[in-house]
Design a protein around this ligand. Structure first.
Ligand code: SF4
Ligand code: SF4
Length: 204
């Protein structure tokens, strides 16, 4: 007879994960200051939209629940409002840690399983290409990130809404709206990436 094990019994733990976060994640060195008071989660305006919340996420990091942390909606739904960071009594830079965990999740390929991350990627693509969000192209990129068939299915399911938006002038047709100096924007972003890479190397 096969006995079904509870989820906790089959879960994989990475016991070096907390150390890795400490050494590789922006702000991670201060995570050991966390005393699990819950001020961050209690202050988060969108905590109800997160599966864990920052306090629990930090506990999961300590427990070595690497996959659950990188697949958590907490790192993708965070709006970077900094409420948690300014209220943390131990000075833990909660927002930086969450933001960098999201960046690392992209780097390690966890994004494929997280729907919000696909949306964030499409949003970023539009922002850096046009300097603005083009609803049509961004939505198409997001839908087709699920594959051709799923993309068409999602597009058709929302066709009526899209037509309504065009009719009421909430969405335009034609060439995407762009800022005037997209080359200038690319140069700024390239410089920011260069600074970021330099600071990451230096462990800043
Ligand atoms: S507010 Fe600070 S100390 Fe309290 S649980 Fe959050 S990170 Fe930890
Ligand atoms: S920065 Fe993110 S985690 Fe912190 S309170 Fe704001 S939304 Fe919540």
């Amino acid at each position: 007879m096969t006995v079904a094990l509870p989820e906790q019994a089959t879960r994989k733990y990475d016991l070096g994960f907390a150390r890795w976060v400490r050494d590789n994640v922006n702000g991670g060195a201060k995570m050991s200051m966390c005393m699990q008071c819950g001020m961050c989660s209690g202050s988060c305006p969108i905590g109800t939209e997160m599966d864990q919340g920052p306090r629990k996420l930090f506990m999961m990091i300590r427990a070595g629940m690497k996959d659950e942390v990188f697949n958590s909606s907490t790192i993708w739904n965070c709006t970077s409002c900094y409420n948690c960071t300014v209220r943390c009594p131990r000075g833990v830079p909660v927002t930086y840690i969450i933001q960098d965990l999201a960046a690392k999740a992209v780097e390690f390929g966890y994004v494929k399983k997280v729907e919000n991350a696909r949306f964030a990627k499409a949003f970023w693509w539009s922002a850096k290409t046009f300097g603005r969000t083009d609803e049509r192209l961004m939505t198409a990129k997001y839908y087709f990130s699920f594959g051709l068939v799923e993309g068409m299915k999602r597009g058709l399911a929302n066709l009526k809404i899209a037509i309504g938006m065009v009719r009421t002038k909430r969405m335009h047709i034609g060439m995407p709206h762009k800022i005037k100096d997209t080359k200038g924007l690319q140069a700024i972003l390239a410089k920011a990436a260069e600074i970021d890479a330099r600071e990451s190397k230096g462990g800043a």
